[in-house]
Design a protein around this ligand. Structure first.
Ligand code: B16
Ligand code: MG
Length: 218
């Protein structure tokens, strides 16, 4: 029996991807990496430092950046990002997601957050939905980011259920791999997740409801 849900944030609960993209684009310009939709898609769910490494690699830079320079570039990106997410309000919750959280809570399910974002606690606050979650994994304490299972294992530990009793929700292939590695049921949202073969699939957040999930699990 399903008892809990482990949620990704960006792309599942709210679309912060557009702000990440806007901020990373500036970094890419600065280090002269050509921007592409593929690069933007590959960065989804990937931690801040790993994202920077991918951008540097995509540019085939002759110059190698020192650790200090990388930290400075990542800090710069985060400042820009934090500036952009100041405008987030409850109206920015993706279609269907507040109803889902509400229905899950009413039905007695427990929820935790498995976001790679160090900005996640602030984002939940701005969206007005912090109280739905029993806890948030602190990504600063992880040894490896998505696709490693660790973050969803930890989100499961917050709830205290067995892996088979939990469903993880993700919009990125790296996240689906992480959920499956943790032994939870992987619910994929959007065509990009198909490459990682989610256990349950929905085209968009509006289609994800407790009723639809129950129907497909039956
Ligand atoms: P931060 P998620 C991820 O969020 C984003 O998809 C990814 O683009 C970002 O680099 C990562 O969080 C780290 O975010 O720089 O705020 O710590 O999809 O795991 O909710
Ligand atoms: Mg995501």
């Amino acid at each position: 029996d399903i008892k809990g849900f482990t949620f990704d944030l960006d792309g599942v609960i709210t679309d912060t991807a557009k702000f990440h993209e806007q901020a990373w684009k500036q970094t890419a310009e600065e280090v002269k990496t050509p921007w592409s939709d593929q690069l933007a898609a590959d960065l989804k769910g990937i931690s801040r430092m790993d994202s920077l490494e991918m951008i540097l690699k995509a540019g085939n830079h002759e110059k190698s950046y020192s650790h200090e320079e990388k930290v400075a570039l990542a800090d710069q990106k985060n400042k820009k990002y934090q500036q952009l997410i100041k405008q987030l309000t409850p109206a920015d919750i993706l279609p269907g997601m507040e109803k889902l959280l509400n229905d899950l809570k009413s039905a007695g399910y427990q929820m935790s957050l498995a976001s790679a974002s160090k900005n996640a606690p602030g984002i939940l606050k701005q969206l007005g939905i912090s109280d739905y979650f029993k806890g948030i994994v602190d990504p600063a304490t992880l040894h490896a980011g998505k696709p490693d299972p660790e973050i969803f294992v930890r989100a499961g530990e917050i709830l205290g259920f067995r892996a088979e009793e939990m469903i993880g929700l993700e919009d990125a292939p790296a996240g689906i791999k992480s959920i499956k590695g943790a032994g939870q049921t992987a619910l994929g949202i959007g065509p990009a997740t198909k490459t990682a073969v989610p256990d349950l699939y929905f085209d968009n957040t509006a289609e994800v409801s407790l009723a639809a999930i129950k129907e497909r699990m039956a």
